[in-house]
Design a protein around this ligand. Sequence first.
Ligand code: KG4
Ligand code: ZN
Length: 350
Amino acid sequence: GRPLTVLGVESSCDDTAAAVVTGWPGGNDAPRILSSVVSGQTDLHAAFGGVVPEIAARAHAEQLDLCVARALADAECSLSDLDAIAVTAGPGLIGGVLSGVMCARGLAAGADLPLVGVNHLAGHALTPRLTDSVTYPFLMLLVSGGHCQFLAVEGPDRFARLGGSIDDAPGEAFDKTAKLLGLGYPGGPLVEAEARDGDPERFAFPRPLLDRPGADMSFSGLKTALRRARDGIVAEKGGLTRRDRADLCAGFQAAVRDVLVEKTRRAIGLFADRTGRRDATLAVAGGVAANGAIRAGLEQVAADAGFAFTAPPLALCTDNAAMIAWAGIERIADGAALDASITARPRWPL
Ligand code: KG4
Ligand code: ZN
């Protein structure tokens, strides 16, 4: 088919985003991101150490129109140049999802454009096809502040969950670790920086669920272990030194890495059993994929299994609207029904 030009709109968590992407799945020309605008809310939530839903919803409502206007301006196009609008319809915080859906519905109605609702997780999962033209089926590990799952991605609307966290997402665990150690928010990059010159062996952190078969994971116990270790030092010495903090971060990070690496090895096995493919691609996305130690471990496990490895550039690993526009294109190419009256689905499993 001919390339489609689609505006994507995303507001399901703590980033408001709009983007214009042009392309067609499997087309001769690689898809192109004509613009991608992300307006974060980190500063608004920093004082609370996590996302506050009411604050997020209000900020989205304020930022959506601005983001869309900038995305169109950056792409040097107007609504009349578009073929469709794609919007995240869930899962996510109800206030934010609703704001985005209402914004997109208004634009689509005003410009007489078709509207396609996109699952936020599908947006992340299909990103390797936007950035690297990865072919189906491939294995995706999605690891962020809100998500942690292995998906066999078999088509634009065909995902099989092979395992995932049964409690916290790893990014959440990084954020809580940072909070417990007084490092700031978001915690991932700060914990990684502290861990760099720490001793991962000094404190014993558990490797939860490694004794059980399958690719399910658990991270909430690490937070408990960290708090206990911290309280132990404080009780003994009255406070934490730089060295203590570095060792705690290094121990915590190594535990997360070991769990993700071992469970990825098993997920590759499950993927191969399911698809019959022993030479596909392992793709990772989500903010935690930015972690150097974790990424290196995952690259190694892919190489050991004979799988290719890819991680989208960081700006496309974390929440953005280019992935939503692209997932919209994939869905339209797949013959998805377009519906001008889509509704928000705060809970929407893949
Ligand atoms: O994908 P993302 O931007 O948002 C969602 O959660 O959907 O991921 C953000 C999460 C935060 O929890 C953050 O602490 C974590 O990713 N993160 C990291 C690193 N950079 C971001 N975790 C570990 N190491 C990092 N370098
Ligand atoms: Zn996300």
